[in-house]
Ligand binder design. Structure first.
Ligand SMILES: Nc1ncnc2c1ncn2[C@@H]1O[C@H](COP(=O)(O)OP(=O)(O)OP(=O)(O)O)[C@@H](O)[C@H]1O
Length: 278
């Protein structure tokens, strides 16, 4: 597979690894620290190797689709990227910090597969869920009028302002996804990570949801999402990472479509890549 599409930083990063949203998207003048930098990462559940020797970077402003067959390691890789799991070998850096030392959690908004599951959500209102995004900034008992204004704006951005006082577990799957994205926006996350966000969502709502992600990405939010539908993915994301335990492609969507990565990744028996792993 080619690393040609993966930009490589050649200069020293800024000391704090931080990049302002407003000056980052599309900037070609300065070399900036990747948002996520995965190098030679391997992870196994006991004997089961789920992710093997993967290296890739997520740059500020990227909208990356992560695809691969069932059980190919997508969720595991996403967890490794977000510092939710530690690699057995290799390194992961988030915003220029080793993932295990990363302590700036509000910069990341993670919406897990389970967020759409009614049974997993607490009996709280949508507004309360989104307010949780302000806790990291303000603390529970110190929320100000400004925090409430930020929450209102986040709810409007994802177009569920009218649902603010509804119980979160009364919402449809798509509406719940929007509520969790609003929570990430309220926490002023720079990186949005979504694990199969439109499972169980009807086609029209799904298109609207991807339109929302496009808008957020245009505003400078970096997005990585796991999605099985290659058609909708290639219509929206600018880069694709295709895995089946190991990385088959990471780069621009157009070069992915011209490559045979999809056939190779899906052709490989689940988790078994015959030419590399006899
Ligand atoms: N907690 C766990 N303990 C043991 N094995 C696990 C665990 N979680 C995942 N696995 C195994 O690791 C491999 C990768 O799983 P992972 O969930 O990362 O794949 P995935 O590509 O996200 O799958 P899907 O598309 O089905 O959601 C699979 O074989 C899975 O069975």
């Amino acid at each position: 597979m080619s690393e040609a599409d993966t930009p490589v930083s050649t200069e020293s990063p800024p000391k704090d690894g931080s990049i302002k949203r407003s000056d980052a998207r599309g900037s070609t003048e300065n070399t900036v620290t990747p948002i996520v930098d995965v190098q030679d990462v391997t992870f196994a559940y006991g004997e089961k190797v789920a992710v093997e020797d993967i290296s890739l970077t997520i740059e500020q402003g990227d909208f990356v689709g992560l695809i691969g067959p069932n059980g190919s390691g997508k969720t595991t890789l996403l967890h490794l990227m977000l510092g939710l799991r530690r690699p057995d070998s290799g390194t992961v850096e988030l915003f220029g910090q080793p993932s295990q030392a990363f302590d700036d959690g509000e910069r990341i908004g993670y919406v897990s597969q389970r967020s759409t599951d009614r049974g997993e959500t607490m009996p709280v209102t949508v507004r309360e869920v989104v307010l949780m995004g302000r806790f990291a900034h303000a603390g529970h008992s110190k929320l100000t009028d400004e925090d409430h204004e930020i929450v209102d704006k986040a709810l409007e951005t994802v177009e569920i302002g009218d649902l603010a006082d509804r119980q979160i577990n009364q919402l449809s799957g798509g509406q719940r996804q929007r509520a969790f994205i609003a929570r990430a926006l309220a926490s002023e996350a720079d990186l949005l990570a979504l694990d199969e966000p439109t499972v169980g969502v009807d086609a029209e709502s799904r298109d609207q949801f991807y339109g929302l992600l496009d808008d957020l990405n245009q505003q400078g939010i970096t997005i990585i999402l796991i999605e099985h539908d290659i058609d909708i993915l290639t219509r929206h994301v600018n880069k694709i990472a295709c895995i089946n335990r190991e990385l088959y492609h990471h780069g621009k969507t157009v070069s992915f479509l011209e490559s045979d990565a999809l056939a190779k990744a899906y052709g490989a028996a689940h988790g078994v890549v015959e030419h590399d792993h006899p």
